[in-house]
Design a binder for this molecule. Structure first.
Ligand code: ZN
Length: 136
């Protein structure tokens, strides 16, 4: 696979409204999009930092994966997302072929019309890793 950059850092929060003032008023950054991803039961807020984005993830339901993560003591950075230039589907096949555990065997649609796939943290030194590319 060909990775060109970190696309975004996913940060799990109880409340986007509570943490957004830190990013906007203290760091002087701007939230440019808020989007609900029904599939993952999260509300997302995107903040641009140069080429990289911060994706704030707030659970919209108690059975949301983010709600479970927060309930289990999760805090701060939830995942790192890499931009794949030559196909997330191919990258997932390649990764599985190298013996890694996957969360997604095939890409699914995420926020910002991106195709995404997660690698299991058990295979990535504890870092939940997302591969993503724009949906064509
Ligand atoms: Zn993400």
């Amino acid at each position: 696979m060909k990775i060109s950059r970190i696309d975004h850092l996913g940060i799990g929060v109880q409340s986007i409204d509570e943490v957004l003032p830190f990013y906007e008023n203290v760091l002087g950054l701007k939230c440019y999009a808020v989007e609900e991803v029904a599939d993952q039961k999260v509300k997302t807020a995107f903040i641009k930092v140069g080429e990289v984005k911060i994706e704030l993830l707030e659970p919209t339901s108690e059975d949301s994966p983010i709600a479970k993560w927060l309930a289990n003591g999760g805090k701060g950075v939830h995942h790192v997302a890499y931009a794949v230039e030559d196909g997330v589907a191919e990258a997932l096949v390649e990764t599985e072929g190298k013996g890694l555990r996957l969360i997604d065997k095939t890409p699914r649609l995420g926020a910002e019309n991106m195709m995404i796939g997660f690698l299991h943290p058990k295979s990535t030194a504890g870092v939940l890793t997302e591969l993503c590319e724009p949906n064509k």
